[in-house]
Design a protein. Structure first.
Length: 266
């Protein structure tokens, strides 16, 4: 019996391992096919994702180009506004450096300041260039350039915080500004910086309804605005830049007087 049965166990074991080997091969084959299918699926999904990203990137680029074209159109249409924006950008660059911005952040701030008044492209010429003081109704129209500019710049990705500069540069530190009546450091930093530069240029430039103020008046207004209209720390920095000669309106006016105003928008 013993001699008879032993080969039977061997045969059974042999058959078992033979079947197990085939099963293992089938399992391995199924795994390989499954991995191949997953790879194909992920590859196709990756291609679709890349295509979607490329499309989104092209749309963003088109949007950015549209904003730059509008800025150039505004500066070509209204040279006074263009020169104002360039001077504000120049002053903002100086103030940003004094505040401690890095070179990259300073360049970014300068570009944001350059575009802070782009919303004026939506303001009627009769209001924008009126050679007299605006009526209450006209002033309400003029104030909309902040929110209009922010909407234009909302999808503009080339410059960080650019819509903040447009939206908040007429807010006041004491909360009496517009469009939202924000106060203190609730006003984004770009808005607080550009507010000082914008007001300074408005005071030192000839406007359609009045002449430039002399520097004694300008400095008095900056001191008066410390902690009310302007961030006190930024205001101190800005007045120091004037006192040390780092900022000089006369030099700045000469710098942009005969310049192609669209050359630096990019």
């Amino acid at each position: 019996m013993f001699i008879f049965t032993r080969p039977s166990y061997i045969v059974v074991a042999s058959n078992f391992f033979d079947i197990s080997g085939k099963t293992a091969a089938i399992v391995v084959l199924i795994c390989v096919i499954s991995l191949l299918l997953v790879y194909i699926l992920l590859t196709n999904r990756q291609k679709k994702t890349q295509a979607d990203l490329d499309l989104a990137r092209r749309q963003i680029e088109m949007g950015n180009e549209s904003v730059l074209m509008m800025a150039k159109a505004l500066f070509s249409k209204d040279r006074r506004t263009g020169e104002h924006c360039h001077r504000v950008a120049y002053y903002a660059e100086k103030l940003g450096k004094a505040y401690g911005f890095s070179d990259a952040d300073t360049k970014n701030l300068k570009k944001a300041a350059l575009l802070h008044d782009i919303g004026k492209i939506a303001i009627p010429d009769a209001v924008l260039n009126k050679p007299a003081k605006l009526t209450g109704e006209e002033y309400d129209v003029m104030k909309t350039h902040t929110t209009a500019g922010a909407e234009i710049l909302r999808g503009f990705t080339i410059v960080d915080h650019v819509s903040e500069g447009a939206r908040y540069h007429h807010e006041r530190y004491d909360g009496k500004g517009y469009p939202y009546g924000l106060s203190g450091e609730d006003i984004p930093l770009y808005g607080r910086i550009i507010a000082i530069c914008d007001t300074f240029d408005a005071m030192t430039a000839n406007r359609v309804y009045r002449g430039a103020l002399d520097m004694d008046q300008v400095m008095e207004e900056l001191k008066k605005g410390r902690g009310t209209q302007f961030d006190p720390y930024l205001d101190d920095l800005f007045m120091n830049l004037i006192e040390t000669g780092e900022i000089s309106p006369q030099k700045t006016f000469e710098m942009f007087k005969d310049r192609d105003l669209t050359e630096d928008i990019e």
